[in-house]
Ligand binder design. Structure first.
Ligand code: NAD
Ligand code: K
Ligand code: MN
Length: 356
């Protein structure tokens, strides 16, 4: 029997609650069949590690997880540590160190969820946002001169490379091609950002020629927010830069019912390194430590993890268990208007898996 080695990095805040929940669901799934097992290894990196060691993770931390089959991540973000320190010191270190250049964010309205858009049914909203995850606005390039002085200048430079844009475009077109509608919207801002985004548009046109069966269009990022609300059914797969997709995907999650449901995969499509799966939400300081976090975003991330491992049947089984549980409003957590706890939702999913 196959054993997958999974590195679990709960990180901070509710990451410490939802990652163990995800691990339990995967354990129940493994117990419910005899094709594969998991070997989980947990790493206590994050804010607590920072308080002890002055860094978010050890200098050789990437080497400790380099040979795992996948990474299950929670959140980086601690009330007592600046966000740019926690983010760059842990999550971005892993994304960039393992060149996880494609960030994939599916959005659907799950059964039983009361999504906020009027006249929008689950069949009207089925999107995948592909986020460029290695460069762009979050390249980390820039600086501050004359800090604190009236003449201070601060820059965050967006770096786009031809190679970087080509690979994410190709990934997005391929993903769009694999979906029933074969449709891609290239999100842009080339009216105002007149260098990198103009190259982005040119490369989209060039790569589109390799995918003649994919219908594609271009949309400015600001107009795209309005289209997501007004004409959700007109969208299917989207590709956008690091910052644009970051913003669009939180909107997408809210339109589908809650930030607590949405999953994501930070993928190395070439499979040189482990890919990392996580809920899109953060540490949720307002509810952390109370057992109230919605674990569904993490469970759905586990579905993506299983798909990445090639375990399609198991992925579908977990997705069906999640959908059965969201369909029961008594099992909704506070973010969905209910009063269920992380524990109750997790037990319900595990119970379904073991009963199936
Ligand atoms: P957040 O996602 O942590 O929370 C936003 C709101 O959504 C809060 O009201 C929270 O209670 C609610 N929420 C989020 N997830 C939920 C869940 N699973 N169940 C129920 N409610 C949920 O975003 P924020 O407040 O902007 O950020 C808090 C911290 O998290 C910051 O330090 C930020 O940098 C970090 N963060 C990390 C990541 C990541 O690691 N990938 C992503 C986003 C934010
Ligand atoms: K996260
Ligand atoms: Mn975000």
């Amino acid at each position: 029997m196959k054993t997958y080695r999974i590195a679990c990095i709960p990180g901070d805040g509710i990451g410490k609650e939802v990652v163990p929940a995800g691990q339990q669901a995967l354990e129940a799934l493994a117990r419910s069949q005899d094709k594969f097992n998991f070997d989980f290894q947990s790493f206590g990196w994050g804010g607590d590690w920072y308080r002890k060691h002055g860094v978010m993770m050890p200098a050789d931390g990437l080497d400790e997880i380099r040979h795992h089959d996948a990474i299950l991540f929670g959140s980086a973000g601690d009330p007592d540590i600046p966000d740019h320190v926690t983010l760059w010191g842990l999550r971005l270190k892993i994304c960039q160190g393992f060149d996880q250049y494609a960030n994939v964010r599916p959005t659907r309205i799950l059964p039983g969820i009361d999504a906020p858009l009027k006249r929008c049914t689950p069949k009207d909203l089925d999107w995948v946002i592909v986020r460029e995850n290695s460069e762009g606005e979050y390249a980390g390039v820039g600086g501050r001169a004359h800090q604190g002085h009236p003449i201070e200048v601060a820059t965050d430079v967006s770096i786009l490379t031809r190679a970087g844009v080509e690979r994410i475009m190709r990934f997005a077109f391929k993903l769009a091609q694999s979906r029933p509608r074969k449709q891609l919207t290239v999100v842009t801002k080339s009216n105002a950002q007149r260098h990198g985004m103009v190259m982005w548009d040119e490369i989209a046109l060039q790569v589109s020629k390799e995918f003649p069966d994919v219908k594609w269009d271009k949309e400015l990022v600001d107009a795209c927010t309005a289209r997501m609300v007004n004409r959700p059914a007109s969208l299917d797969t989207l590709v956008a830069t690091n910052l644009h997709a970051d913003v669009l995907s939180d909107l997408a999650a809210a339109l589908a019912g809650s930030l607590g449901i949405a999953p994501t995969g930070n993928i190395d499509p070439e499979r040189r390194f482990p890919s990392m799966f996580e809920p899109i939400h953060g540490s949720a300081f307002d509810i952390m430590g109370k057992g109230l976090a919605n674990p569904v975003g993490t469970f759905w991330s586990c579905v993506m993890l299983l798909e990445h491992l090639g375990e399609q049947a198991a992925a579908q089984k977990l997705m069906r268990a999640i959908e059965a549980v969201t369909a029961d409003t008594k099992l909704h957590t506070g973010d969905l208007g209910g009063s269920a706890t992380t524990r109750q939702v997790t037990d319900a999913v595990c119970h379904r898996l073991l009963a199936a």
